[in-house]
Design a protein around this ligand. Sequence first.
Ligand code: F6P
Length: 538
Amino acid sequence: MLPTINPTTTKSWAELNVLAKESNFTIQDLFNQDPKRVNKYSFEFKSTYFDFSKNGISDEVLKALLELANECDLTEAIEALFSGQKINQTENRAVLHTELRRLSKKTPYSEQVSKELEKVKKAADQLNAGEWKGYSDKKITDIVNIGIGGSDLGPKMVTHALRPYWKSIKPHFISNVDAQQLIEELDGLDAETTLFIIASKTFTTQETMTNAESAKNWFLKNGGSEPDISKHFVAVSTNKSAVEAFGINAENMFEFWDWVGGRYSLWSSIGLVIACTIGYSNFEQLLLGAEDLDNHFRNSAFEKNVPVLAALIGIWHNNFCRYESQAVLPYDHRLRFLPSYLQQADMESNGKSIDRSGRKISYQTGPIIWGEPGTNGQHAFYQLIHQGTKIIPCDFLMIANPDHSLTDHHDKLFSNFLAQQEALLKGKSKEEVQVELKESNGLDQDVIPYKVFEGNRPSTSILINNLTPFNLGMLIAFYEHKIFVQGIIWNIFSFDQWGVELGKQLARPILSEIQKKETGMHDPSTSELIKKSQDMRK
Ligand code: F6P
């Protein structure tokens, strides 16, 4: 059981409120006051460098935040997580995704985990050796992963992040119930050489089951026959009977367990598409990287604990500075799906308003997570980040060594990554603008206020040596634990997702109405929209 402590009743929360009210320094002031600030607020973990110094955290603020973690019993909560207590209380489940990557230690879960990993390895090896043959004896060349949410976002993000590690199999992803995606992805594929992975923890998700049925029909219409299905369809799920009912036999099922949350499942056989695409040994490296970060998280003092520090800084921004969102800005095309992956990881985990005692919460919980890769975002929404009325804390991510030799591109990318953060920190004063105008004999004086940047906008830099599977595993685990720590302090249950249910529930009768099977009662707007859509579709 997790402790249930209303964070607003703690001494440190009150202190942080006072510190926030009295805070009259800028981030630049903090640098001026303390020349060692960068060293103090940056951390090297293996090949990754985390720099938190460009956030408006003074030593006093950090001290109070660390105290908050203690007052909220974070140490006990971390132990509850790793020791398999049923901390997902509203679903009565343990939360043990860390067991999926605990490769260097024998635990009560090792046997079942390694049995499934063996199966994943066998499939990945067979596919890449060209030994997995389709119905016409041609080798499989393409894999289509059909899943949504955690059964899509994690595998898709990782597979694309590790593009340089791709072997002989080309991956595709279908998630949306909108058939357009299915049609586009299947276009050009050959049924003889395509393998479908139906990935669904529950094997009941409407989108996935609809897409799976359509994929089966496509396969049957394009040369395959019923007995060939076993060579072209596999399932990853916790629901054996539903998998069999769909027509996939047990040998073609990869299992995982209810103690793995959907959005934390890429480490399990849900990662099959990753392992098949990058090869099993690289998949194992991903797990090892995450395990390393797990050990750091479990064993390090909070003041040196990278996910804990990131979480506490986020709490300062969210609850005391009242910033509402958090941008994730990877300066790397390979990491383009990281923001959407983190949207689910963070917002489905911490978008809650009832505390662990069942009471309505009176303070802010999970932030809005959003972002796009740099430099694209610079030409779209950075205007608001630099000069808008909202303050957006940003995580800037950069890979020091690219996987290509176009150095000129990389130098430019790097300079933008650094310059944006410097601009957010320092801004540009009225005086600086005046000097610039004078020098250039440029625009008239009226334009000065528009060219001023206030600066003092917080950012965190994450600089990674290489985007290897190991380093990526570490990075993902860093974010997972950051989210966990915040959920503990906000006194919420981070591992359920009841908020997605109502929409699903209401869609069922509406579907019946749309298909003209029954009529229903709705609010006036929905009723009119149903009528209008039926009219338009005639
Ligand atoms: O509807 C939300 C959700 O349950 C997510 O938490 C989950 O990752 C996704 O749907 C997919 O679920 P499944 O893997 O069971 O198809």
